[in-house]
Design a protein around this ligand. Structure first.
Ligand SMILES: NC(=O)C1=CN([C@@H]2O[C@H](COP(=O)(O)OP(=O)(O)OC[C@H]3O[C@@H](n4cnc5c(N)ncnc54)[C@H](OP(=O)(O)O)[C@@H]3O)[C@@H](O)[C@H]2O)C=CC1
Ligand SMILES: CC(=O)N[C@@H](CCC(=O)OP(=O)(O)O)C(=O)O
Length: 351
C-alpha cells in the first residue's frame, strides 16, 4: 500500500476533552504525526500523566501556547475555548491550515458573533470567509480552505437532520422545535459546579432556555437552504451520561408533503455517505449508544399523530462527529485524503 507524505499536526488545548479525543484519533491516523500539544493550567505535564489512556500517543510535555513550536505544522486543530481560540489562531504561522473546534469562526457576520458571544471579533474578514465545516455539505470549499470552523455539537446533529429537508422544501420554516440532550462531556473538562457528580449524575435539566448560543448558529445555516431568515425554538438539556447527544426535532410539513417525502429527502441526500445513516421508516429510534465512539450520525423520521407534523431524531457522539471526529474528517478533505481515514474502523461502544 502506498504511503502518503506525513502531515505535521498540532493540537491546541490538548488537555481538554476534545483535545484528548483529537490526539487519540490522530494517533490512529496513518498520515498524521503529532508535533505539538498545548495546555494552559496543565502545561508542563506529560500527556499520559493527565490521560493515562493516551500513553504512547505523544512523546513530550504539553506546553503553553507561547512556548509551542508551530513552525513545521501543516494542520492545527484548535480545541480551545471560544475567545481564546481566535487569539491563538492569529499567532499561528500563515502557512499553517487550521481547523477550529470552537465557536469563533462559525458566524459569517462578526456583529452577530459579538452579540451572541459578548466579545468583538478580532478578524471580521476571516470569519466571513472561514468555511463552516459540516463536512457533508462543505466538501468543495474545504479543499482549498485555510480556516475551517467546525460546527457546534448541537448544530451538527440538528443540521444533518434539517438541511436536506429544508432544501427539498418538504418542511415549513415556521415552528421548528429542537429538543436537544447532551452528555456532560459536552461542557468540557474545566471545573464547573454544574458538572460535579452530585449535580449532574442524576436528574435531567434544561439550560439556557430560549437563549442558547447554538440557536443563531442553526438559523444561519438553515437560512441558506430556506433562502429566508427564520427563527427556531431550541432547548438543550444536560443528561447524566458521559458522552452522546440526541436531538428530537418537530417540524411542520409543507402542503402536500408526507413523512415519506421527508424520509425520501434525507435518504437521497445521505445514500452514499460513510458517516450518516438514515434508518428505514418504522425502524427503532436512534440511541446515543448506537453511535457512541464513532463519527456517525443516525437519523430516523416518524409520523406525528398531530396532522401535518413530522418528527426527526438524530444521534451523534458529541466528542467525535460533534467535534474531534468531524475536525479530522474535514482535515482529510482539506488535504485530499480519503475522508474516512482514521475514522472508518470505529464501531459503536455498546452499551
Ligand atoms: N466538549 C464538546 O463536546 C464540544 C466542545 N466544542 C468546543 O471545543 C472547544 C474545546 O472544548 P472542550 O475540549 O470541551 O473544553 P475543555 O474545557 O475540556 O478544554 C479546554 C482546553 O483549552 C485549554 N485552555 C483553557 N483556557 C485557556 C487559555 N486561556 N489559554 C490557553 N489554553 C486554554 C485548556 O487547558 P488546561 O486544561 O490545561 O487549563 C484545555 O486544554 C471549545 O471551544 C468548545 O466549545 C465543540 C463541540 C463539542
Ligand atoms: C453540555 C454543554 O454544556 N454543551 C455545550 C455545547 C458544546 C458545543 O458544541 O459547543 P461549542 O459551541 O462551545 O463548541 C453548551 O451547551 O454550551
Amino acid at each position: 500500500m502506498g504511503k502518503t507524505a506525513q502531515l505535521n499536526a498540532a493540537v491546541l488545548g490538548a488537555s481538554g476533552y476534545t483535545g484528548a479525543e483529537m490526539l487519540r484519533l490522530l494517533a490512529m491516523h496513518p498520515d498524521m504525526t503529532i508535533t505539538a500539544a498545548t495546555a494552559n493550567s496543565l502545561a508542563g505535564r506529560r500527556l499520559e500523566s493527565v490521560f493515562p489512556h493516551l500513553n504512547g500517543v505523544f512523546d513530550g510535555e504539553m506546553v503553553r501556547l507561547e512556548d509551542a513550536n508551530f513552525s513545521n505544522v501543516d494542520i492545527a486543530f484548535s480545541c480551545l475555548p471560544h475567545g481564546t481560540s481566535q487569539d491563538a489562531i492569529a499567532e499561528l504561522p500563515s502557512n499553517c491550515r487550521v481547523v477550529d473546534l470552537s465557536a469563533d469562526y462559525r458566524f459569517r457576520d462578526a456583529d452577530l458573533y459579538a452579540s451572541v458571544y459578548g466579545r468583538e471579533h478580532l478578524n471580521a474578514e476571516a470569519t466571513r470567509s472561514a468555511i463552516y465545516g459540516l463536512t457533508e455539505f462543505a466538501r468543495l470549499s474545504l479543499k482549498d480552505a485555510e480556516l475551517v470552523a467546525c460546527p457546534g455539537c448541537y448544530p451538527t446533529a440538528t443540521l444533518l437532520c434539517l438541511l436536506p429537508v429544508a432544501a427539498a422544501g418538504v418542511i415549513s420554516k415556521q415552528n421548528i422545535i429542537i429538543d436537544a440532550k447532551s452528555g456532560v462531556s459536552g461542557a468540557g473538562r474545566g471545573l464547573k459546579e454544574g458538572n460535579l457528580f452530585c449535580e449532574a449524575a442524576e436528574g435531567l435539566h434544561s439550560y439556557a432556555v430560549g437563549t442558547h448560543r447554538h440557536a443563531p448558529e442553526i438559523e444561519q445555516e438553515l437560512a441558506t437552504r430556506f433562502d429566508a431568515d427564520l427563527t427556531v425554538t431550541f432547548t438543550p438539556h444536560l443528561v447524566p451520561m458521559t458522552r452522546g447527544e440526541l436531538v428530537t426535532i418537530y417540524a411542520e410539513l409543507s402542503a402536500g408533503e408526507t413523512v415519506e417525502t421527508v424520509h425520501a429527502a434525507l435518504s437521497e441526500q445521505f445514500k452514499d455517505e460513510p458517516f450518516v445513516r438514515v434508518r428505514p421508516l418504522g425502524d427503532l429510534p436512534p440511541d446515543t449508544r448506537h453511535v457512541r465512539g464513532t463519527n456517525r450520525c443516525d437519523i430516523a423520521v416518524f409520523k406525528d399523530r398531530a396532522e401535518g407534523r413530522v418528527i426527526i431524531i438524530g444521534a451523534i457522539d458529541n466528542l467525535i462527529k460533534g467535534s474531534s471526529g468531524q475536525a479530522l474528517q474535514n482535515a482529510n478533505v482539506m488535504f485530499g485524503l480519503d475522508e474516512t481515514k482514521g475514522l472508518d474502523f470505529l464501531t459503536p461502544l455498546f452499551p
